[in-house]
Design a protein around this ligand. Structure first.
Ligand code: CO
Ligand code: ZN
Length: 331
């Protein structure tokens, strides 16, 4: 799975600009599904048709967009100001690198400030693309960039930008590869625009009208020095979401996932997340409502250019989802 993960996390695709990452995923899943479509908002949808009468319409959602930025102004010397795409924090930007759709690389610098030790705002930051004037700037106002950093392997851990949520895209692709028998219609959706308000999940779930849904996304951990007061830790298995800031998982699905995890002898842990949410928040409340849950990949340093996951948790998430989809889902 590691070459696949590397390819996905290193690709370009800030929210609203998912063309490149979508093409990469589309070629990875070629021939696996009964049919593949792209909906009007850009969601990539791969469907395994129902094989048994008792099967349900089950939607799986992992978002393929990533946080990033959009150029808002270019000054007389060619430096670019920007606005954020999704939850971008100034502290994780400084000294970082970004990449535009045309492969232009920029470095993020910070203006001289009166209190140089104080926390900067995004307005204090700029992108240096090597340009010396607006005319020589290789990027224009309105161009979008993603962060840029190669993947690194540290023991059982992988570090990269955009683990949120490309790691779950990799999980979903691996589930598609491993899933041999399922009674269900399984709708694998690689969603767009999650980071700016779960927009792709909203429209795709409306279109697909599932009976049950699971999002797959990263979650924070409480295992760093003075970290959140939170139980989730790297290496303790796939996280089964109970609650986050945007939703309460359907308790029947929490029970089901825990049962399937123990049957498959897969390590799992319960997740109660204070801030943040996932595509499941949106899916849960489309149309007349969809019983929804979420399988999370524990991840340190979420929304930084060095998001860290543990391969054992990634593999656990794959096994848990395969086990769940192979069996009946009775609510
Ligand atoms: Co995110
Ligand atoms: Zn995410």
């Amino acid at each position: 799975m590691k070459p696949l993960i590397k390819k996905l996390v290193e690709s370009y695709g800030p929210s609203g600009h998912e063309e490149q990452i979508r093409e990469i995923i589309r070629s990875e899943i070629k021939g696996l599904a009964d049919y593949v479509t792209i909906d009007p908002l850009g969601n990539l949808i791969a469907v395994y048709k129902k094989k048994a009468k008792s099967g349900k319409k089950v939607m799986l959602a992992a978002h393929m967009d990533e946080i990033g930025l959009i150029v808002s102004h270019i000054d007389a010397k060619g430096f670019a100001s920007f606005v954020p795409v999704g939850g971008v924090r100034p502290l994780t930007c400084i000294g970082g690198r970004v990449r535009f759709a045309n492969d232009v690389i920029g470095v993020i610098g910070v203006h001289e400030r009166r209190d140089s030790n104080g926390v900067p705002t995004l307005d204090d930051l700029f992108i240096d693309t090597g340009a010396t004037s607006p005319d020589t700037s290789p990027v224009k106002v309105g161009d979008a960039a993603g962060f840029f950093r190669p993947l690194e392997e540290i023991g059982d851990r992988l570090v990269a930008k955009s683990m949120d949520d490309r790691i779950s895209c990799a999980v979903m692709i691996e589930v598609m590869r491993q899933l041999k028998r399922t009674p269900h219609e399984v709708q694998f959706v690689f969603t767009v625009q999650e980071e700016i308000g779960t927009r792709g999940a909203t429209t795709s779930a409306f279109g697909l009208d599932p009976e049950v849904a699971f999002s797959i996304d990263v979650t924070a951990t409480g295992d760093t020095p003075k970290g959140h007061r939170m139980e989730v830790a790297l290496g303790n298995g796939a996280a089964i979401k109970v609650r986050d800031a945007g939703m309460i998982s359907d308790p029947r699905l929490v029970t089901l996932l825990e049962q399937r995890a123990s049957e498959a002898k897969v390590k799992s842990q319960r997740e109660v997340l204070q801030g943040g949410s996932t595509d499941a928040r949106a899916i849960q409340v489309v149309r007349a409502g969809v019983p929804s849950g979420c399988v999370s990949i524990p991840c340190r340093y979420v929304h930084s250019p060095s998001e860290m996951v543990d391969m054992r948790d990634v593999n656990a998430a794959v096994s848990l989802l395969v086990q769940t989809l192979e069996k009946p889902i009775d609510l």
